[in-house]
Design a protein around this ligand. Structure first.
Ligand code: RIB
Length: 299
């Protein structure tokens, strides 16, 4: 069983031929809304992978709240631990350029009301052997409490170090498994402008120091990871990306679900990388998360 303790957003998405530079206005060629938020996206990915998933977080009392939860609800995610806060549902304003790259500004709203007490409730319902998955889009004190309480209970913790916040490196030390992109990993390792060799050396060093399993996502180049001193690599699929929003979340959710259902580490990385590639082929974070069967057909 997986509990995701994290953010829930409504994504407001404009597509443009190319992304604007600071201060520039460009013409858009499409607009849509879709359910998003790193926590909710990861929860839905784990659910579509076939896991039992509980989502813990917060939405507002506004019109976006139900829309933001609709796909999670349809998929059969347990939403008991999602509270209604006196703040608007979190929103993300997203621009997607013609090459599939994006720019995102997140307004936390209700996500900012998630507290350490909420963490106590969410983790209190978990038992040894369960998996707790977190990101950094709800307040750091809540994330910290959830990690500490889970560790004390023997719950496996997976922290996606996104988005990068000041406390990222400190919080990153508290999880059993850390998933980071290249920039986030540099923050964790305390070193900038890493070459691939630097990255491998840092993975070995950190794994030896902390015993943590560490995974670095490399976009189209797949992932590099270390577990128990052994380096692993996995590639996704060769694709022409339409929209990469939510691809990292899909990786995280599928990876957590794969370990939870007993897959070994390397097959779990490969399955998650394939799922992440497939998530780049459609627009919108949650609408693009592939089904278990779609992923299995591409393995
Ligand atoms: O990782 C993608 C997500 O980041 C989007 O769905 C958006 O809501 C932001 O949280």
């Amino acid at each position: 069983m997986i509990t995701v303790f994290g953010s829930i957003n409504m994504d407001l998405i404009a597509t443009t031929q190319r992304l604007p530079k600071p201060g520039e206005t460009v013409a858009g060629n499409g607009f849509s809304t879709a359910a998003g938020g790193k926590g909710a996206n990861q929860a839905l990915a784990a659910r579509r992978a076939g896991c039992t998933v509980h989502m813990a977080g917060a939405v507002g009392h506004d019109g976006f709240a139900d829309e933001a939860l609709a796909l999670l609800k349809d998929a059969g995610t347990d939403l008991e631990a999602v509270k209604r806060a006196d703040q608007p549902t979190g929103t993300a304003v997203i621009l997607v350029g013609g090459d599939g790259e994006n720019m995102i500004a997140v307004v936390p709203g209700a996500n900012g009301t998630v507290t350490a007490e909420d963490a106590d409730k969410a983790v209190g319902a978990m038992t040894k052997g369960d998996t707790l998955m977190l990101q950094l889009e709800v307040p750091a004190p809540a994330v910290e409490r959830a990690l500490a309480t889970a560790r004390a209970k023997g719950v496996t913790t997976i922290l996606n170090l996104a988005p990068l916040i000041d406390d990222a490196a400190r919080l990153g030390r508290l999880a059993d498994i850390v998933i980071a992109n290249e920039t986030e990993f540099e923050r964790l390792a305390g070193q900038e402008n890493m070459s691939p060799d630097d990255r491998e050396a840092a993975l070995k060093r950190l794994n030896a120091e902390t015993g943590q399993t560490l995974i670095v996502t490399l976009g189209g180049d797949g992932v590099v990871a270390i577990r128990d001193g052994v380096l692993s690599r996995a590639k996704g699929l060769k694709i022409e990306p339409v929209d990469t929003v939510g691809a990292g979340d899909t990786f995280c959710g599928y990876f957590a679900a794969s370990l939870d259902e007993g897959l070994d580490f390397e097959p779990a990385l490969r399955r998650a990388a394939v799922a992440g590639s497939l998530a780049c082929l459609k627009q919108g974070a949650q609408p693009s998360i592939p089904s278990r069967d779609d992923v299995a057909n591409k393995l």
